[in-house]
Design a protein around this ligand. Structure first.
Ligand SMILES: Nc1ncnc2c1ncn2[C@@H]1O[C@H](COP(=O)(O)OP(=O)(O)O)[C@@H](O)[C@H]1O
Ligand SMILES: [Mg+2]
Length: 224
């Protein structure tokens, strides 16, 4: 469920040396505070779950970078790096806290999840495999979608993104996501209808749980 690299990820070992790290961490914790378990008068427990989504995305997406002339790409990539800044780390830390409080959390990794869904769709078993994958993704209290928009666009994939995002949107059930794409390129990757619901649902009158983040790659930083 939780990839090896993140077994130990938590809020305590996330270092805040730069402003962007501080912003990412406080927004993640602020989102966590939206969840609670209330006890009703009859003693029954009730889960309080926000309807808002929470996203950590890029300010200059991968797809945009790929479309730049080769000569300008390296500098832009350096300037607007979004890799290894701890998006997954923080959202895994969030997942652990939510699980501890008693919420059902499902973490999916875009590339694997989309591949599995496409394969299940082709299984020719009247949707049995597909429903087995979709069920938990549609019903978990919180769906954490790591690296959304990583997969290459196809029409079938766009339909799948829409189906899941729209279904959770209709039920006002939150999606926590992170991406190396920005608002514009994410829409190119997952489709406009899905992206507008996903991103639109991050804000209400009071809060905005969406951050375009860029900074230094932690993995590279430690190796120099
Ligand atoms: N501020 C930080 N403090 C501690 N570890 C970090 C920090 N940022 C990233 N890491 C670690 O660096 C690695 C890359 O982070 P990751 O969350 O995968 O980045 P992203 O999802 O943004 O690409 C992970 O092992 C993560 O635990
Ligand atoms: Mg990541």
């Amino acid at each position: 469920m939780i990839p090896d690299e993140f077994q130990k990820a938590n809020f305590e070992n996330y270092k805040c040396e730069e402003e962007v790290q501080q912003q990412m961490m406080s927004l993640t914790k602020q989102y966590l505070n939206e969840f609670s378990i209330e006890t009703a008068e009859d003693g029954r427990k009730k889960k309080v779950i926000p309807s808002q989504n929470f996203g950590l995305i890029a300010s200059f997406g991968e797809q945009r970078l790929k479309e730049m002339p080769v000569g300008e790409r390296a500098e832009m990539k350096w300037k607007h790096n979004n890799f290894g800044i701890g998006k997954t780390h923080l959202q895994v830390a969030l997942a652990k806290q939510l699980l501890k409080k008693g919420f059902q959390v499902l973490i999916v990794s875009d590339a694997v999840f989309i591949d599995d869904l496409m394969q299940a769709k082709r299984a020719g078993d009247e949707g049995e495999q597909l429903n087995r994958l979709l069920g938990p993704a549609l019903e978990a209290d919180v769906l954490i979608w790591d690296d959304i928009g990583k997969s290459k666009w196809t029409e079938a994939r766009e339909t799948m993104y829409y189906r899941i995002i729209n279904e959770r949107y209709r039920k006002q059930m939150p999606i926590v996501f992170n991406s190396n794409e920005d608002r514009g390129t994410l829409a190119d990757k997952i489709g406009y209808a899905a992206a507008s619901r996903l991103i639109g649902q991050c804000s209400d009158e009071q809060y905005r749980f969406l951050l375009d983040a860029e900074g230094q790659d932690w993995r590279l930083k430690r190796s120099v």
